[in-house]
Design a protein around this ligand. Structure first.
Ligand code: C2E
Ligand code: MG
Ligand code: MG
Ligand code: MG
Length: 278
């Protein structure tokens, strides 16, 4: 019976693996088409200053809706795009689009709007990346300090032999560079020191249980204390309740982002309307 069960379990797993592989291939082929037809759009998640309540800007987040597969989350399709070499082109489209939106916001009266954009390892390792980046900023007359690049630790580690040089080059252009999903990788502390980062985003896995989990509270407090000493700006992600917001504010967190107060990723117009309403 055990053997039969074992074999049954094995067969089931194989089938599941096959299905996953098949879905991966399907996503890849639809993705190739989507890059050609431009089936992507960006949504923008507001970021607020904790102390003043002011809307400071937004993070641009990529969305893909395929006519056959429906909506696919970026956590699913970005690694596939990365693996099959589509990410430099797609990532460049994201940057261009985010810069165009930022220009519109500023021209419409939100003069100090800031934009954060996620950058993938392949993009950072791409020689032409900086040239295109500079081109987007110039074309849209955006002050570089208004643009912030979000990189994860693995992004930096996969970007080639010299992350220092890459971050140095971005900063030399006047842009800010922050570590995304801080705390979930391997080498956060060494990286902050070595690469002279401008800030970090506390991963939402530390924010989620902040109210009930004393360990998570200690972790957030420690990150914030260290960030203050290193003069890093800290954004908390995944703020979903007033209790999250209050705890993080009292710990000295600079900015927040999350579903609380209708802070979900949303169309550019909606973010602009909220900024101008104040
Ligand atoms: P991320 O950069 O850490 O983005 C934050 C993610 O958390 C977003 O998921 C956002 O919708 C979600 N989120 C924000 N607030 C809350 C909250 O209060 N509660 C919960 N449960 N979730 C919240 P999303 O949009 O699905 O993006 C997932 C990841 O995909 C991003 O994580 C980022 O790493 C990546 N990504 C998205 N757009 C791009 C892009 O244009 N380029 C690259 N390279 N990566 C991207
Ligand atoms: Mg991010
Ligand atoms: Mg993040
Ligand atoms: Mg995260």
């Amino acid at each position: 019976a055990v053997k039969a069960q074992g074999r049954g379990g094995f067969r089931f797993n194989t089938e599941e693996l096959n299905q996953q592989a098949h879905r991966g291939l399907l996503i890849e082929s639809r993705l190739r088409r989507a890059v050609q037809t431009g089936a992507f759009h960006l949504v923008y998640q507001p970021q607020w200053c904790m102390a003043s309540g002011r809307l400071t800007g937004a993070e641009a987040l990529l969305r893909w809706t395929d006519p056959v597969l429906g909506g696919i989350p970026p956590d699913t399709f970005i690694p596939i795009a990365e693996a099959c070499g589509l990410m430099p082109a797609l990532g460049d489209w994201v940057l261009a689009q985010a810069c165009a939106t930022l220009r519109q916001w500023r021209a419409a009266g939100w003069h100090d709007a800031e934009m954060a954009v996620n950058v993938s390892p392949r993009q950072l390792a791409d020689e032409a990346f900086f040239r295109r980046l500079t081109g987007h900023l110039e074309r849209h007359a955006i002050p570089p300090a208004a643009l912030e690049l979000e990189v994860t630790e693995s992004t930096l580690m996969d970007s080639g032999p010299q992350p220092e040089r890459i971050v140095g080059a971005v900063k030399a252009l006047g842009m800010r560079v922050v570590v995304d999903d801080f705390g979930v990788g391997h080498s956060s502390l060494a990286l902050l020191k070595r690469l002279a980062m401008d800030g970090l985003k506390i991963d939402r896995s530390f924010v989620r249980d902040l109210v009930d989990d004393e360990d998570d509270r200690q972790i957030c407090a420690a990150i914030l204390a260290m960030a203050k000493h290193l003069r890093l700006r800290v954004v908390a992600e995944g703020v979903e309740t007033e209790a999250h917001w209050r705890l993080l504010r009292d710990m000295g967190c600079d900015r927040w982002q999350g579903y609380w107060r209708d802070g979900q990723p949303q169309p550019a117009d909606a973010v602009l309307a909220r900024a101008l309403a104040h």
